[in-house]
Structures are given as structure tokens and as C-alpha cells.
Design a protein. Sequence first.
Length: 454
Amino acid sequence: MPEPNRRDFLKTGTAALAVAATQTAKSYAKIVGANDRVRVGVVGCGDRMKQALIPSFQVSAKEMNFQLVAVSDIWNRRREEGAAYIQKLSGDPIDAVPNNEALYARKDIDAVLVATADFQHAQHGIQAVNAGRDAYVEKPTAHTMEDARNFLAAVNRTGQVVAVGTQRRSTPSYQKAYEYINSGKFGDIVMVEMTWNVNQPGRWRRPDVVPLLKEEDTDWTRYQLNLPKAPFDARKYLEFRLFWPYSSGIPDQWLVHQIDTVHWFSGLPHPRSVVANGGIYLWKDGRQNWDTMTAVFDYGPLDDLSKGFQVQYSSRFTNSAGGVKELYYSNAGMIDMDKQTVTPAGGLDAKMAAEMKMQPNLLPSFSLMDKVEKVSTDANTGAGAKTDNQTNANVRNWMECVRSRKTPNASIQAGYSHSIALCMCIAAIQTGQRVTFDDKTQSVVAGAHAHVQS
């Protein structure tokens, strides 16, 4: 090597090693000792936190040496009831604090569980990592691209361990389906059908709780964060899933779970386009978000429009027939994630193949799991609290990563991808147009213009 080039090489190599050593030192500095207890705070102690995250946390808390120590909630009733609930469940004393600033001012908080209103997730996640805390943040990660970009940037900048609440990524049957598809044995995905149907006029309603919330007992201004300030409304506080911009309803709550598996299984970062239609057809109770919707997503390589597949997503609150389904199709058959099976259903049979002098193309039939995962009661939670195995696994994976500093199964990047699909769907709902995504600006485009969510 000529001497000048050699000197440049050595300088560059030395600099690169110095950066790598610094990053490695920072990473190792954050690893919690095997015998050190990880102390965790609760951000938002509503239904999802009490019914799912806290019980799932308790399943692994003793073994992993994690402990809940404080609850932050701006409604005094929820934080007091939340603290009492956790103390009964865990047997440990729990403090209640009025807001997140008070929570992060404490020196005994290493990490947080976040389950607040849909529109708050990203901003509360940003607040947590900027305060030097690891975080488990419920889905959706964000339903505006500004929040999604800011959250991803904050996690990348701080290096904190963040998992998002798309728990399918920690579920064995879904992991086996991912492995099968990526082995090539399934063939190319040619179509995906997804449904989430219920017949529940009371879904996301809180008629017994709404009268209990008084403006003087909470911090309505703090609740709204960066949204345009509006008069106090207990329904928009407690039934936020029915009202935009607090939530988009069906897309925020259900679509993101299922569309996340599309990104995971296919390796694609986001849809190429989305169209949507729907309305409030039956439950006319003052809600703004649809009770019925259908969206069609186009997926495929961004640089090759000749390849790809469709995802048809439909959901309704007005009739439960069909239930929850996720069906992946190839030319050779189908993966049914509800039944957790692979079958040759719909595959190219011998008769149809022979007409075109082709070979039949049919998958073997087998189960993705020996037994179906169902909701169970785990004695480790105490007080008979029910847990679901998917959330148990996802919360435990986050705990393991808090100690190892590895990337969780449901990573911030996965959350960013489902946020793109979500924001595209919302734009399609709000504009009635075919929506695309600009990778250069990382923005949603409706028609010929970047969409500003209204």
C-alpha cells in the first residue's frame, strides 16, 4: 500500500474503532447486573394496563427480578385505584404520582410500561427514552407520521430498549409461520385476507365510568398534549377510541396488529398504496370513527410493480360472523393463523395444472403448533388475574432485552412500519383517495400532495 494511502487507512480505521468502542461502552454501561432489580413505573393505569400488561408483567417479574414501584396517571381516581390494584397483585408497596414529570424525577425508575390513549403513545415513549428509561409502549406506535418519525429518531438517538405492543411477534405460532414462509416452502404470497368482526354496541364505550370523571380531578390540558385545545369532554377522555384525533378507532386498535404480520412475514416496510371505505352504519351514539370499514392494501417491491400482492382488511362492530381471521395465500395453498394450520386449500390441483401442461402445486397439511394458545390463568400473577400467552411472551421478551440490551421482537422499527400503514389507511379514510408513501420525505401522499391528517 502506498504510504499516503496507508496513513489515510490507518487514520480512518483508528477513528472507526474509536467510535465502535464508544458505542460498545455505552451499550454495556446500560446492561443491568444479573442480580440487580429492575424497577418499573406504570404510565397510564386504565383498562389495558390493568387487564393485560400488569398481569403479564407479574408472570415473569419474580423470575426476572423486576418490580413495579410507582404509578403515573393524571386522573386521581385511576392512579389511586391503580396503585391499590398493583399492591394487591404483587404484595409490594406502590407510590402514586400525578404525572410523568414527577415519575421521571424519581431515581428509582429504570423502565416504564406505557398504556395511555392511542394518540399519546409516541409522545409518552419519547418522554421515557429522553429521560433515560427503557419502555414497553402499547400499540399503535403512532397514528401521525410526525410522531412516528420523532419516536423512531429518539429511540435511535438514546439507545434505550423499546418494545411495542404488537405481541404476535413473540407468539410461537406466528414465529413458526414466519420461518416457514421465509424458508421458501410456502411460495410467494399472492393474497392476504384479514377480518376482525364483533357485534358489540358497547365496544370502547364506558357509560358507567364517564359520569365519574370530573374536570377538576384530572389535567385535561396535559391530556391533550400537542392537539388543538378543546373544551373538556369526559367521553373523549375515556372513550377516546371513538373520536378523532384521539384515535382512528378500528385502524388504530385492530388493523395494526394484523398488518404488522404482513410486514414481518413479507419483509416489506410498508404498503405501496391504500384505499378505504366505510361509515357509521348502525351505532349512532355520537362517535366519529367508523363502525364498519374495508381497506385494500397493495404490497410488493417498491422498485418492481410487476410483483406483489393484495391485503384485504375488513372489520365491523355490527355482526360478529367471521370473527378474527388472518389468511395467507400462495399458489400452493393457505396459512390460517386463526386455526394455526398450513393446508393445500385453493392450491393448483392436478386437473387445472394439466390443462396448461403444468405440474400441480399443493402444500402438505400440518399444524403450526401442537396446541392452540388460549387465554389462561397463571398463578404467578396473584389474585387470580387472567393473562394471555401472547402478551405474556411479548412483555417477557422486553424484560429479557432490558437486561441483555438486545433488540426486542416487537422493535421500534416494526412499530414505525405499522405506523406508516396506519397513517396511510387514515389518510385514505379521511380523503377518499388512493394513498401512497414518499420514501424520500417519509410522508403520506393522498393524490398529488402530502396528506395533513385532520
